[in-house]
Design a binder for this molecule. Structure first.
Ligand code: GUN
Ligand code: ZN
Length: 452
């Protein structure tokens, strides 16, 4: 037994694994149907052994078998709890935390009316610091161990957010949003100063502690000059280990504005493509209105579409065809997209994803929802050797949930016949109250028992 090994015992454990035993999913460049991308595993009376010195998972299986294999480790008994991987929220906006629930507009008017004014406050370091504390607290209380975050245009806000993430113990990918045209001056930054500030952020934070990473972040094509797009592509080329995140084809009004602004462009995707901004480290928020040919090219280039269902219904952006997107071979992950999204809880995001596809007559399987909220995000980030499920060798990023915090859930689960029914009941009833404990790299970051 390694010094400092602990076995976590719980009544059940749920996670999804890659489709082929022992094979890294990221190694498969082009993928097919959503249902073929994962295998669901549920273990009763489960044991999860973690080496506290490395934070890695040593073993997973039935408790008695794990105990026999691992030997004389300490046991943490979670009783009736269920262990599952930490969630990955692959798209959300830090400076929009307090702009959630801004009423009655489609995307462009919503940005102009509510969001640009809200984000302008993040030039102030003290606003950024106090909001970052609440933001990371909300992520942890919702079981999100990895998040992919847009900060504001202001370098100071991204620096503060990284610092707060660093102290929190959570994993994150953060980008300073780049915008230099088509918005109020308070949320614009000249492209030269923008790139210089990002060089500093990348040098300071990218790769920090093996948990924090940088994403080059053009907001979308309407708010970056051609000079800025080129400068961002060059920046990423100088630091190819960083990520790229942006928005694409979210709603019809946006498509019309893009067509007007770029009359010579073949399509929306080609604008990013022409700058070299689409590759396997690119995360594209939304992709609701992509054409068949755009989906084909995204699949070929290995980029990910991040589906943000509560945002798409809240802003009235549209109903993505997830089946078509996946069948084209596009990688898909899940994002809350707050402040257009209406909840930081991945349970709420999963439920909305289910409902939107149900409206298309294609309701998603419970296991597919869990895949999208966990392993799919890790795959998009090429971090699935490290996170996304509870296989030995990965980091011990997991949550323990309890059904007792919600009477309706407790009763519903008591009637469920199998793990997938219990999982789906939790998708429907789950929120931040179900989280009992949260671990990253085997370290407990949140314990509802000791919470004030
Ligand atoms: N497109 C460009 N910026 C944004 C944003 O902040 N939120 C959403 N939902 N879409 C965008
Ligand atoms: Zn967004």
């Amino acid at each position: 037994m390694p010094a400092g090994a602990v076995i976590h015992r719980a009544t059940e454990l749920w996670h999804v694994k890659g489709p082929v035993a022992g094979q890294s999913v990221s190694s498969t460049v082009r993928r097919g149907r959503l249902g073929d991308r994962f295998r669901f595993e549920a273990i009763s009376d489960a044991g999860l052994a973690v080496d506290l010195s490395t934070g890695r998972i040593l073993d997973v299986g039935e408790f008695a078998a794990v105990k026999a294999r691992v030997g004389d480790a300490d046991v943490v008994n979670h009783g009736d709890g269920v262990i599952l991987p930490g969630f990955v929220d692959a798209h959300l906006h830090f400076p929009q935390l307090d702009a959630m629930g801004s009423h009655g507009k489609h995307l462009i008017q919503w940005l102009e009316t509510y969001i640009f004014p809200a984000e302008s406050r993040f030039a102030d370091k003290s606003v950024a610091r106090s909001t970052a504390a609440r933001f990371t607290e909300e992520l942890a209380r919702n079981g999100v161990t990895t998040s992919v975050v847009f900060s504001s245009v202001h370098p100071v806000a991204a620096d503060v957010l990284f610092d707060v993430f660093d102290r929190s113990g959570l994993r994150a990918v953060v980008g300073k949003t780049s915008m230099d045209v088509n918005a109020p001056a308070e949320v614009l930054l000249d492209w030269r100063a923008d790139v210089a500030a990002q060089e500093v952020l990348i040098a300071k934070w990218h790769g920090r502690g093996g948990r924090l990473f940088y994403a080059v972040t053009p907001r979308f094509v309407l708010t970056s000059s051609r000079e800025q797009m080129k400068a961002l592509a060059d920046l990423h080329a100088r630091h190819p280990e960083t990520y790229i995140q942006t928005h694409i084809s979210e709603c019809e009004g946006e498509l019309r504005s893009v067509a007007e602004a770029f009359p010579a462009a073949k399509d929306y995707l080609s604008i990013y493509e022409d700058y070299g901004l689409i590759n396997e480290r690119t995360l594209l928020g939304h992709g609701v209105w992509l054409t068949d040919i755009e989906r084909e090219r995204i699949a070929d280039l290995g980029a990910t579409v991040v589906h943000c269902p509560t945002s798409n219904s809240f802003l009235g952006s549209g109903l993505i065809d997830l089946r078509k997107t996946c069948d084209a071979g596009v990688e898909v992950a899940l994002g809350s997209d707050i402040g257009a999204g209406t909840s930081l809880s991945p349970w709420a995001t999963m439920l909305e994803a289910y409902k939107l596809q149900a409206l298309r007559g294609q309701p998603l399987e419970p296991e597919a929802l869990l895949y999208l909220a966990t392993l799919a995000g890790s795959e998009a980030l090429h971090q699935d050797h490290m996170t996304g499920n509870l296989e030995p060798g990965k980091q011990g990023d997991f949550q323990v949930i309890s059904f007792d915090a919600k009477p309706l859930l407790r009763e519903r689960v008591a009637r469920a016949r199998n793990p997938r029914e219990r999982l789906f009941a939790t998708v429907v009833h789950g929120d931040d109250r179900v989280l009992d404990k949260l671990y990253v790299g085997g370290r407990c970051l949140r314990d509802s028992q000791s919470r004030s």
